[in-house]
Structures are given as structure tokens and as C-alpha cells.
Design a binder for this molecule. Sequence first.
Ligand SMILES: Nc1ncnc2c1ncn2[C@@H]1O[C@H](COP(=O)(O)OP(=O)(O)OP(=O)(O)O)[C@@H](O)[C@H]1O
Ligand SMILES: [Mg+2]
Length: 251
Amino acid sequence: MDASVVLVHSWAGGRGCTQLTANLGWLLAQRGLRVGMVDLAFGSAALHLPYSLECGAGVVGLATVLLGDRELAEAVVDLTSRLPGRGHGDLLTLLPGYLVRDKEVEFALAQELDLGLVTDVIDRMIGQYALDVVVLDTQSGLNAMAMVGLLMADVHVELSAVGCRSEAECDSVFSFLRVEFEGAPEFVPVVSHLDSPGGVVLPPGDRSLSLPHSPALAERGPGGLVASSHPRDPLTRAYLQLADVVTDLVT
Ligand SMILES: Nc1ncnc2c1ncn2[C@@H]1O[C@H](COP(=O)(O)OP(=O)(O)OP(=O)(O)O)[C@@H](O)[C@H]1O
Ligand SMILES: [Mg+2]
């Protein structure tokens, strides 16, 4: 099976993309898929936080690999031991996007980067680890890394705060949110309720999912995986639903 690429994106910041990516990767790996997660959020990299990985001096991440300073294998973190009840062949890996200490390097990477290098790193990761699925976390909005994700993606998970009440309304909202081009990925809209704990938006048919506000996550901050520490949390149920949808699309 060729690896499938799942892009997690939002047009606005702080919608829950990073938490969703971390939890989705963990849930997909538990279903027996060989999973790679890649943090493409240059400048606001945070996918290492839910796995409580330190971002200290000398850490190696995507930027170091792109600069050609280190091998990919030195940057990829094997998180398979974090899976409960592991089966033979299970794999959960993360290529972190740790913030580059040198602001100039970060700026140059963001502005001048040959995007082909990024797709090359992701392709190499797929090959070296025999991945079934890669989940990409991106910085919000339209930026170079998000474009890489859109062009590589088989599945596009889009988080927004916009809900809708009817199929017709959904069609216009979704067509506004998705990026259409030839060979565009499968679109999975997710309505994020981070800002409206009490708010209810009607589920717009079976194409989209609702991501509830989780007091547990809000209280505890970004460290730790909700799906593992709070299996009964409504947010975990939403992540499980999404994992079902994505599994159907990638297998
Ligand atoms: N469903 C949720 N309920 C409550 N808090 C949440 C939820 N999802 C995420 N959070 C919290 O909201 C903050 C933003 O979440 P997250 O970092 O996942 O969003 P993001 O879309 O990746 O943001 P950014 O634009 O900074 O990349 C974090 O502190 C996170 O712990
Ligand atoms: Mg993020």
C-alpha cells in the first residue's frame, strides 16, 4: 500500500490542529497503521508538546534536516513505546519542528526554502519507516508549508469555528474553506468549539465532525494526550470518530 498523507490545517490560529494531529496519529497507530507525524508549523512548532518532548539545546528536528546538518534518522523520534498493548510491526514516529534558535535561520528557511526539499524529506521518511500514513500539522493560514501539505495530501482535515444548519449552508461554507485544485484531497471539515464551551452548532450531515471544548485539556495545557489520559472525555470521542473517518479514507 502506498502511504497516505493527511493534512491538518486551519485558516485561523488556535483551533486545535496540533492537539488533533497528535491524538489522531496515536489513535491511527493503535489501529495497526504505521504512522509518521510531521510538524510543518515553522515558527510555531508545537507537535512535540503533547508528547512532552523537550526542546533543549542540540535537539534535531525538521529544520536541521532541511539545512542538511543531520540525517533524517537522527531527527525522527520513535514514540511506539507510548502505544498501549502494542502489536508486532506497530509504529508511531514524529519528525518534530522544534523552533530554530537562530531567528535569521528560521526566517531564511520560511522565506527561501526550496519546497521540493520538504516533500523530499517526507517521502524519505515514508520510505525509511515503511509508513502507511503521514499526518502533517501546519501553521494556520496560507503559507509555504501549508501549500506543501495541500499538494501532498490525500485527506485534508480543516478545522474552523464555522458551523452550519443545513446542507445548502454547508455546501457554501465548505466550498469557502476548502482549496480546490485538480487532484484535490478528500475534504474532512471539523467544527472546532474551543472558543464556545456552551455553544451548540448542529452537525451538518455526515461529512463533518464536531470538536468539543474539553475542560480537561484547557485546564491541563498542551502537555499529554487527551485520548490516552481521558478516554471518556467528549473530545476523545470526537478524535475517535475522526480516526474512523480517516481510517476509512486511507485504507
Ligand atoms: N478541544 C479542546 N478543548 C479545550 N482546549 C483545547 C482543545 N483543543 C486544543 N485546546 C488547547 O487550545 C490551545 C490551542 O490548541 P492547539 O495548539 O492544538 O491549536 P492550533 O490550532 O495548533 O494552534 P496554533 O495556531 O498555535 O498552531 C492549546 O493550549 C490546547 O491545549
Ligand atoms: Mg498548532
